[in-house]
Design a protein around this ligand. Structure first.
Ligand SMILES: [Ca+2]
Ligand SMILES: [Ca+2]
Length: 152
């Protein structure tokens, strides 16, 4: 057991996650991420890290779909198509906020949707959550973010 690797600094972890996300490197070799024509940035539990999900919780998990200069999430995402959870094929959508919010402070409004925790299918040890969907123009997309599962 190497306990040094477990004491890695939080800021280092975030940097590693960011660089992994930017390079589109799969976060885990054991997790299959379905292909999408677009890869979008998402933030599971905006304003919160690590993204702990308590599987005993009867509520829901907020997930922000981040806009870019070329992609306005609030107007371009077909919210009825959204699936989120362990594999990205879970029909767990509760609702999307009608008030877009800039969750990452880049000046672009992001789309925040909520998913029923009980329908996400996460299990203990899962390290990423997967969101899939289509745009209003029918283009498929996928986004992933880290998760920490409690009571899975
Ligand atoms: Ca988060
Ligand atoms: Ca934003």
């Amino acid at each position: 057991m190497n306990f040094k690797s477990m004491t890695i600094g939080l800021s280092t972890s975030i940097l590693l996650l960011l660089s992994a996300a930017m390079a589109s490197v799969p976060a885990s070799a054991t997790t299959y991420v379905p292909p999408g024509e677009l890869t979008l940035g998402i933030d599971i539990k905006p304003h919160s890290y690590p993204n702990s999900i308590n599987m005993k919780n009867r509520g829901n998990v907020p997930v922000a779909i981040l806009s870019t200069p070329d992609f306005d999430a609030p107007s371009m995402v077909d919210t009825s198509s959204l699936k989120f959870g362990r594999t990205g094929d879970e029909s767990s959508l509760a609702f999307c906020s009608h008030s877009p919010e800039d969750v990452n402070g880049d000046g672009l409004l992001d789309l925040v949707c909520h998913f029923y925790t009980q329908k996400t299918g996460f299990k203990a040890g899962d390290t990423i959550g997967i969101l899939t969907g289509t745009t209003v123009d029918g283009v498929t997309f996928v986004g992933t973010d880290s998760v920490r599962i409690l009571f899975g």
